[in-house]
Design a protein around this ligand. Structure first.
Ligand code: NAP
Length: 318
């Protein structure tokens, strides 16, 4: 009996010590550790950062922050007027900017060739594969329009593959480069009622991790950035909270912690922002996946019902 008691005590101490060491590592990553310096990828040396979906939300902040860090910036997004305004903001920071209007949901061969030749014309130090789309609100898989399904695949999957393949040869030649891929908690935890979005972000996760391992010995850093909610048009949240930050502090934190895992235990994956790191830690290491999916089911089905009610009200008011 005493032997059994002792065994349980040692197991208990072992479990507590294990979680304490994980929490210490998390605290070190979030509060102390700094990431790979952006100078390694050419900041301040005439190199260029390429940002897709750069006129709003996270992409806009990434473009501005990289310009503040003295990268010239290639801005690629959908709306020419917004791109021109962004370019003026970037140039006011004392660096160069080039713009290309691209609607990633309908890119033909000649447009891909135009994008490629623009990227080939500059020394790309950083590629931020940010462009992405979700649903207007959570819904059953068969209710998503064909048009939206196409956009989800073209923006979240094909654009990332094509842009990455365009810059890899020059990065390999120089043995240097950073590719930052916009992932989501929808790949950390399966997301019922967002199945296609969740699936595309699952692609982003495995594509990024596989590629990261493939090219790391060639001096290229590929990072899968796993993001929970951030205030933006996509998240339909404007007011920041502890869990849902504004894009500016979020992106500043991300770019100062390249290569830092934070709340993730996944390879080549980063969840560096404090509140997201805590959520990631709990989602990956504390609760079971099934519990988390069940929670997601009730959260997202509730959001779906609320969105449908709002839509009904709006339709009645017309
Ligand atoms: N915000 C979040 O809570 C959150 C959470 C997890 C992951 N993420 C990921 O982070 C990334 C950015 O999200 P966000 O919230 O910053 O998005 P956002 O605020 O909706 O901004 C999207 C950007 O992409 C551009 N864009 C949209 N459709 C396009 C198209 N067909 N072709 C080219 N550009 C297009 C938009 O340009 P226009 O201004 O012309 O429309 C805008 O610049 C996405 O990959 C998303 O999945 C976001």
């Amino acid at each position: 009996m005493a032997l059994l008691q002792n065994a349980f005590t040692y197991i208990g101490i072992g479990v507590v010590a294990y979680y304490a060491s994980l929490l210490l590592t998390l605290a070190y990553d979030v509060f102390v550790r700094s990431g790979v310096k952006l100078e390694k990828f050419g900041a301040g040396k005439g190199f260029w950062a390429v940002v897709t979906g750069c006129t709003d939300g996270l992409g806009r902040e990434a473009a501005l922050e990289l310009a503040r860090k003295k990268f010239n910036v290639v801005l690629i997004s959908r709306s020419q007027d917004k791109l021109d305004a962004m370019a003026a903001e970037i140039r006011a920071l004392g660096v160069e900017a080039k713009v290309l209007a691209v609607d990633y949901s309908r890119v033909d061969d000649s447009k891909w060739a135009e994008i490629r030749s623009l990227l080939d014309s500059v020394r790309v130090g950083v590629l931020v594969n940010n462009v992405g789309i979700s649903y207007d609100f959570p819904m059953y898989t068969e209710d998503v329009s064909e048009e939206r399904v196409n956009e989800l695949v073209e923006l979240n999957v094909r654009a990332m593959i094509k842009m990455t393949r365009f810059v890899l040869p020059q990065m390999k030649e120089r043995k240097s480069g950073l590719i930052l891929n916009a992932g989501s908690f929808a790949a950390l935890l399966p997301s019922p009622f967002l199945s296609i979005y969740s699936g595309t972000k699952g692609f982003v996760k495995y594509f990024s991790q596989s590629l990261a391992s493939e090219v790391e010995k060639q001096g290229i850093v590929v990072e899968h950035l796993q993001t929970y909610f951030v205030c933006s048009r996509m998240s339909r949240t404007r007011k920041p909270t502890f869990l849902i930050p504004l894009p500016k502090p979020y992106i500043r934190n991300v770019l100062s912690k390249i290569g830092v895992q934070g709340g993730s235990s996944e390879p080549y994956t980063s969840i560096p922002f404090l509140s997201h790191a805590l959520l990631g830690f709990v989602g990956e290491r504390v609760v079971s996946k099934q519990m988390a999916v069940n929670y997601n089911y009730s959260l997202l089905s509730g959001l779906r019902k609320r969105a449908l009610k709002k839509l009904e009200k709006e339709q009645k008011a017309q």
